[in-house]
Design a protein around this ligand. Sequence first.
Ligand SMILES: [Zn+2]
Length: 90
Amino acid sequence: MKNDLISRKAIKEYINQSDLTNREKMTLHIAISNIPSTAAAPEVHGRWGEIYDPYGELEEWIHGECGRCSKEKSPYCPNCGARMDGGEGE
Ligand SMILES: [Zn+2]
């Protein structure tokens, strides 16, 4: 099972719009409220820049924010952990 971070508020809104009975909704709301939260830093997004060798061949990738170079264009920066999807926030 994927263990990612989701919004408690979004789950409650989803439950409220479902076809469940009020009693079932109440049970789920209580359960969701009692699940402990986890500390999480906001996700940082970044972008790989291209580095070319003197012959104009693509040599490697660089994350300009932290200066990390990489031979592969990985989905996350191995140095600072930024998500390398090029996006800014959500
Ligand atoms: Zn980085």
